[in-house]
Ligand binder design. Structure first.
Ligand code: SF4
Length: 312
């Protein structure tokens, strides 16, 4: 947490020393009189592209952000946020923050850099681009970035125009989300995802290779509500995560073998007439794929699952 260093007779620098997390940060300004009037809390929203979309209370003291916490405007945020964003003040004012362009002066990995001006850095990049285009063509340049903390100005706007003019390779920047979206669409068709509050109404929740206690902190309370209402919890994960420890069933598969479990489950559901055909038929892609997966699953179920269980 953030707070002022408590000393009997602090110097001005000591008085302006902020403790953030485990680090001590010295603000760059001096001679500031801290008064209650100089402290205010403003409401904001998390700028990252996380689906939790948290609403934030940001405390600003004399123009400096000192604390960031979740507020309760968004019921999913419910007053708390992840460590990553809670420590943003450290990111903004920390000694490791990169404030100037740096040019590498030694071998890669040796951490040898010298400070450069913006003009020099831009010259270096422009010269490299020019040489690459001349020798190999523009497509030898691959723009690589994704949403993260980008805003309207830095993703798919000016950068898109710039790289198009360069003739750079075109890549769908959503390197992690695009394959997942493709897989979900292939499986469920146009069906939208599940809203976080709806998890509380579920009768059975399957956490498959996911650890909400660490990477879905606002989903975790809804799972707990569903559990307290009697929902079953099944976890498929090689790791004994916090939810795996309390699950009704924890399938601790070996890494990379869970596809066999998935195929076997699909096959079993069809074989025992438990598959919801009306639902599947309402999403054309899903029913087509499920039939194909069912056929694939059959080959796994008989020889492998009904004998020893080699994947678990
Ligand atoms: S969980 Fe963290 S990253 Fe996600 S929206 Fe909330 S504060 Fe942002």
């Amino acid at each position: 947490m953030v707070g002022w260093v408590d000393a009997a007779k602090p110097t001005i620098n000591e008085a302006l020393t902020i403790r953030v997390g485990f680090r001590t940060i010295n603000p760059p300004y001096k001679d500031v009189q801290m008064t209650a009037a100089a402290i205010k809390t403003v409401q904001s929203a998390c700028p990252l592209d996380c689906p939790d979309a948290c609403t934030l209370d940001v405390t600003v003291e004399n123009g400096r952000v000192t604390t960031i916490t979740g507020n309760r405007i968004n019921p999913v945020t419910d007053g708390y946020i992840c460590r990553k964003v809670r420590h943003f003040p450290e990111l903004m004012y920390g000694p490791d923050r990169l404030l100037h362009p740096m040019i590498r002066t030694g071998p890669k990995g040796e951490n040898e850099f010298r400070r450069a001006t913006w003009d020099e850095a831009l010259e270096v990049i422009a010269d490299r681009f020019a040489v690459i285009r001349r020798d190999h063509g523009g497509e030898a340049i691959l723009p690589m970035c994704y949403g993260g903390s980008n805003g309207y100005l830095t993703q798919d706007s000016m950068d898109a125009r710039f790289f198009r003019r360069l003739g750079a390779s075109r890549v769908n920047r959503t390197l992690c989300a695009a394959p997942t979206t493709r897989a979900v669409r292939g499986l469920y068709g146009p069906m939208p995802g599940v809203a976080i509050p709806d998890y509380a109404l579920a009768k059975c929740i399957v956490l498959w290779g996911v650890n909400p206690a660490a990477s879905g902190i606002h989903l975790a309370p809804f799972i707990k509500v569903a559990r307290s209402n009697g929902a079953k919890l099944i976890v498929v994960d090689p790791v004994r995560t916090p939810f795996a420890s309390q699950a009704d069933v924890h399938l601790q598969v070996k890494p990379g073998t869970d596809v066999v479990v998935a195929l076997a489950m699909i096959h079993w559901l069809f074989e025992h007439k438990k598959a919801d055909l009306d639902f599947l038929n309402s999403t054309r892609n899903a029913s087509t794929n499920s039939n194909a997966e069912r056929r694939r699953g059959r080959s796994f179920v008989r020889p492998k699952l009904r004998g020893s269980a080699p994947m678990i």
